[in-house]
Design a binder for this molecule. Structure first.
Ligand SMILES: NC(=O)c1ccc[n+]([C@@H]2O[C@H](COP(=O)([O-])OP(=O)(O)OC[C@H]3O[C@@H](n4cnc5c(N)ncnc54)[C@H](OP(=O)(O)O)[C@@H]3O)[C@@H](O)[C@H]2O)c1
Length: 333
């Protein structure tokens, strides 16, 4: 894979989102199968691995931490604080003391003394200024515990405020063919400030590459059960777009997952997609995207096919929507 810059490092241009091994969609693989998936990713050249204190309420960091021990120095490790499990509940807390305490937990669970990029998973916007949270993370950069500061689900305006406190290494926002919100100023701001835009849920949480997904297919506890885009009638309307996407795939000879990731890679050298999967054959499919070159004509066809007003339903239920700070299109208000 070609390399892309994140902070002062270069990493292969497709990373791996590790959340799926312990959080979000249910049906989690055994430790042995999880290690096999992580190992296959590493063997195929993936070096950027993404986890969070939230995922599995710590279990995902423990899993990644144990697997990566022989490779620690070769891995570019990202984790997140500011949203974690407390007494079995998901809690957002961006106070300086909370972030520093979570960092100590992350380091212990990951069995490392250094995390390359540490994100504020959500800005605790009703209680804590972005300056306080970023100021706390700047202190732990100085202490040598993290290499760079990341933000997640933030707007361009918040990125600029944060960047004035301490240079930001990466912003991790949802970005895919059916979630184009980073195009309202954020992507441009990232390019201008030299910040990597890490595209999470680049496959539309599976919808873009497995359109048969629907409520009846989800395991108990799968967060997509609560997401409006996956509910009827939205999902049936959204599936019409995938039929057209399949036609474009047939035209150029690639899979749905590959076109979705290749489209992101074509959005600029500052974009780093992190697809997630629990299946080795899906991982292998996703990584082929690095060798799929899309012509300007195909990119503009895809841009048009997935114009935001053509997508039905909010990406999060109302609580989730209220917790993010990202810009919205008029059709989402
Ligand atoms: N910062 C945040 O707030 C935030 C939020 C969400 C996610 N993330 C990060 O982003 C990563 C990826 O996001 P995501 O997992 O939500 O969404 P995603 O990567 O868009 O989609 C994952 C889904 O796609 C399916 N899939 C993957 N490759 C496939 C293929 N080639 N063919 C068919 N299906 C395929 C997976 O199913 P199988 O497992 O069956 O392959 C899984 O259900 C996460 O792991 C996490 O690290 C961050």
């Amino acid at each position: 894979m070609k390399l892309r810059k994140i902070g002062n490092t270069e990493v292969p241009e497709i990373g791996l989102g590790c959340m799926n091994l312990s959080h979000g969609y249910g049906g989690y693989p055994s430790k042995e199968d999880s290690f096999a998936l992580l190992q296959r990713a590493y063997d195929l050249g993936v070096r950027h691995f993404d986890t969070a204190a939230l995922y599995g309420f710590g279990r995902n960091e423990e899993l990644v931490g144990e697997w990566m021990q022989p490779y620690r120095k070769k891995i570019h490790l990202a984790s997140k604080c500011g949203m974690q499990g407390v007494d079995g509940k998901r809690v957002i807390d961006g106070r300086a003391a909370a972030l520093k305490a979570t960092l100590e937990d992350s380091l212990r669970r990951l069995n490392t003394d250094f995390i390359d990029v540490y994100y504020l998973h959500r800005w605790d916007k009703n209680n804590v200024t972005i300056e306080e949270s970023v100021g706390a993370l700047a202190e732990v950069v100085q202490e040598g515990k993290i290499g760079g500061i990341g933000l997640s689900e933030v707007s361009a305006a918040t990125l600029r405020k944060a960047h004035a406190v301490h240079p930001i290494t990466a912003v991790q926002n949802e970005y895919s063919l059916w979630t184009r919100n980073p195009e309202i100023g954020l992507s441009e701001a990232c390019q201008e400030l030299g910040v990597t835009l890490v595209a999470f849920s680049p496959l539309g949480r599976g919808f873009l590459c497995a359109p048969e997904l629907g409520l009846s297919r989800f395991a108990e506890g799968d967060m997509r059960l609560t997401m409006p885009r996956f509910q009827e009638p939205n999902i049936s309307q959204n599936r019409e777009l995938i039929k057209k996407l399949s036609q474009v795939c047939a035209e150029i000879g690639c899979s749905l997952a590959q076109i979705a990731i290749a489209w992101l890679l074509a959005q600029g050298e500052h974009v780093l997609p992190i697809p997630g999967t629990v299946k080795i054959n899906h991982l292998e499919d996703d990584l082929v995207a690095a060798s799929v070159a899309l012509s300007a004509e195909i990119i503009s066809k895809l841009d048009d096919l997935f114009r935001p007003e053509k997508i039905h339903g909010f990406r999060y239920p109302s609580l989730g929507m209220s917790e993010v700070d990202t810009e919205r299109f008029a059709c989402e208000q």
